[in-house]
Design a protein around this ligand. Structure first.
Ligand code: TYD
Ligand code: MG
Length: 452
């Protein structure tokens, strides 16, 4: 084997050094330097497509081959930007146990009638994958399972059987013997991904790689892979809830911020075609402190229930707790309520929760938060037919939001008879579908929303 040049790279900040050091001079972290090979694979391969070293006139480039293949799951197709692109490298990240292996095995099952899939399993034995497949009702001669972690052997097999799709579960278990650091280290993960990328591009095989997210929310330490791959999908959800959201955070072939919603059932992941219905399941009626808001994820509006509990505090410093929304946003909105509405919230504990464990970081739910807090504080229920939409400014004004037509249409579709929206948005909505109240400030919104 030719001697490979290597360099030591800090796993924390990316500082490079020709020799190993105990402490990284870049960030001061201890024991973070790991060896990485400096060879051809790193340099080549990362360019999208290797065909042609001559420039091509833009109007001569043929896109006819760029047809997309369906994953057999509409929710997944949408986050991919309309299906699987030939030769694309897709990273699927998420916490352990969230359902990444399940999703990709189901994907393999869906395409297996027409395509041959190589499922590389480094995490589980071939038998374990078979057992999972049995549970999911998947068994096909077109799904080839390879229990291997050495990238050279894996790529040899790819060349031998030329599959139509490759799934690598997971990237942290695959290694190249050329690098001394352990599988899962930044250098290994990067090198192995570069090799897979090269193969995906040169053989035009779509490749899915699973990556575990670490505690800090990054794949394999720093986000070392995101820039190399074409598409990055994150699988989110709460351990104690059955819904799973798959979100695209990078996509060279489509828009980002699209989401797909699934439910984890005993026979695998089931698509949730109507997430609003799902999120509103079990909503209590006629009690103070609950309100329905509408958040837009990508192109898709979703109705979600917000709950607030405001109660007299016996602490000098009352508690504020926010689950699913930004804590600082909650503090800010409560300060606006105190100042502009004269509500005596200073001595109150306040807890606000997005039901279902979803995270929302959209200002369009501001008004919903205000209404939920006011409802609990005054012990008066919110009109149960209402959906509350609007951003709140520091002077207590209600500001217009984007995609108002889609939000209102979603509310109407789910049978909500009343939408409370910013006055500035009134022109953009069709008021024949549902009753619309336009509001300009918090006081008007609360008047409109709370039952009298
Ligand atoms: P898995 O796909 O192994 O997660 P990951 O690959 O992201 O680590 O999913 C594991 C969890 O999903 C496990 O807690 C069991 C649950 N599960 C179901 O509820 N139903 C199923 O049909 C399957 C296969 C798994
Ligand atoms: Mg797994």
């Amino acid at each position: 084997m030719a001697r490979v040049k290597s360099v030591f790279i800090c796993q924390h900040c990316g500082y490079e050094s020709p020799k190993w050091m105990g402490r990284c001079p870049g960030c001061g972290e201890w024991n973070t330097m790991a060896e990485e090979v400096l060879n051809r694979t790193d340099r080549r391969g990362t360019a999208a497509g290797r065909e042609g070293s001559r420039p091509v006139a833009m109007d001569q480039i043929d896109l006819s081959k760029e047809t997309r293949n369906s994953t057999g799951m509409e929710e997944l197709d949408r986050v991919l930007g309309g299906g699987i692109v030939r030769g694309s490298l897709v990273l699927v990240g998420g916490d352990p146990g969230i359902g990444k292996s399940t999703l990709l095995l189901q994907l393999a099952g869906n395409v297996s009638p027409r395509q041959r899939v190589l499922y590389v399993s480094g995490e589980e034995s071939v038998k374990q994958v078979k057992i999972r497949g049995e549970r999911l009702g998947i068994s096909s001669g077109n799904i080839l399972i390879l229990g291997e972690t050495d990238i050279d052997i894996i790529l040899d097999q790819v060349k031998r059987i030329t599959p139509d799709m490759i799934i690598v579960d997971s990237i942290q278990t695959v290694y190249t013997p050329e690098i001394s650091s352990a599988p899962g280290s930044v250098s290994q993960v990067r090198e192995v991904t570069a090799r897979l990328l090269q193969t995906a591009k040169s053989m035009a095989i779509p490749t899915f790689i699973i990556g575990h997210v670490t505690k800090q929310g990054a794949i394999a330490g720093p986000r070392v892979l995101e820039h190399m791959v074409d598409t990055v999908l994150y699988f989110e959800g709460e351990r104690y809830h059955s819904y799973r959201v798959i979100r695209s955070v990078k996509n060279r072939f489509g828009s980002t911020n699209e989401i797909g919603v699934f439910e984890m059932k005993d026979k695998g992941l089931v698509e949730v075609a109507n997430p609003s219905e799902f999120m509103l399941e079990g909503r209590p009626a006629g009690v103070p402190g609950t309100v329905v808001v509408c958040s837009v994820e990508g192109t898709r509006p979703m109705l979600v229930e917000l709950q607030a509990l405001v109660s007299l505090s016996n602490l000098g410093m009352p508690r504020r707790m926010a689950t699913g929304i930004d804590y600082n946003r909650l503090s800010m909105l409560m300060a606006v309520m105190e100042k502009r509405l004269g509500m005596q919230l200073q001595g109150q504990d306040a807890f606000v929760n997005v039901v279902g464990g979803l995270k929302i970081d959209e200002p369009a739910v501001d008004l919903g938060i205000v209404v939920a807090v006011a409802s609990s504080f005054r012990n008066t229920p919110v009109d149960k037919t209402a959906v509350v939409i609007g951003e709140v400014g520091l002077t207590g004004e209600v500001r217009a939001v984007n995609s108002i037509d889609r939000r209102v249409a979603e509310a109407a579709k789910l049978g909500f008879g009343h939408c409370i929206i910013p006055r500035d948005n009134m022109k953009q909505v069709d008021s024949s579908e549902t009753r619309i109240t336009g509001v300009t400030n918090l006081a008007e919104a609360i008047d409109a929303a709370l039952e009298s």
